[in-house]
Design a protein around this ligand. Sequence first.
Ligand code: FMN
Length: 299
Amino acid sequence: MKTKIKFLDLELKNPIIAASGTFGFGEEYAEHYDIEKLGGISYKGLTLDPRDGNDGIRVWETPAGMMNSVGLENPGVDAFARKIWPRIQDRNLISVVNLGGSTLETYLEGIRRLEHCDYDILELNISCPNVKAGGMAFGTEAKSAERITRAVRMTTQKRLMVKLSPNVGNIGEIAKACQAGGADAISLINTVQAMAIDTKSREIVFNNTYAGLSGPAIRPIALRMVHQTAKAVNIPIVGMGGISNADEVIQFLMAGASAVQIGTAFFTNPDQIFQIPTELEMWMEKEGVQSLEEIIGIV
Ligand SMILES: Cc1cc2nc3c(=O)[nH]c(=O)nc-3n(C[C@H](O)[C@H](O)[C@H](O)COP(=O)(O)O)c2cc1C
């Protein structure tokens, strides 16, 4: 496969990973698409206990993306390990388990209960803006980001990728702290905190007041933050935020990402997303690029 990349000690057949929360556990898409065309899937964010998610309006369209306040609706780690993982574990793609939590102990206990599942990468979500349980409080300050990363590092042998929030002042500093705490990789960005008002009802749209903005509107911010993170750390980076085509994937690789995740674009045009690996191959042929690794971080 021409588009294959090395990520940590893993080989991805291409750098496209479905972003957490936008692809479920892949089962619905698998009914309509050959999901093994992707390099990997980051599964819907799990928490120790099952969660129903937030009340009220959960998604809201904007001219260049969407806002969500889903609130980490998920079946919980035990149901995932017992019922879901056995159904999906044999896929020929990299499996990323995304985990959120409200306290350090809920993260650590969640990880322990998933330890026997043979998934590839643990993505520690310290960046969900929509709920207290999402752990964003851990991700907005370097000290707490390092502390939780270190505690998780001591709890699991899994490859550890920490997912960062864009709602911070100095992303490089937070990424460095995660590296110091023992992260093997960094992923970014989660959604950008935002707000909407329904002028008809004269009310704030979301029960939680603020929600997370994703999609094309955040892409330039995400690209800048991936670039800043690549300058700050020497562990691999998975970039995301508003990516919807091969050219945008290439931009993130050039900014320093080794792979990308795609989320919101699956909602608007899944057909196109499944074409990206082929488009990347065509681009490589046209540009005389032998391996995508040649272009990682070249700007
Ligand atoms: C509906 C929805 C649910 C999401 N749920 C999660 C989640 O459970 N865990 C997580 O780490 N990120 C979650 N995200 C954030 C995405 O994984 C991604 O970081 C963000 O949407 C930016 O990428 P995009 O613009 O390609 O969607 C969610 C995003 C959306 C739109």
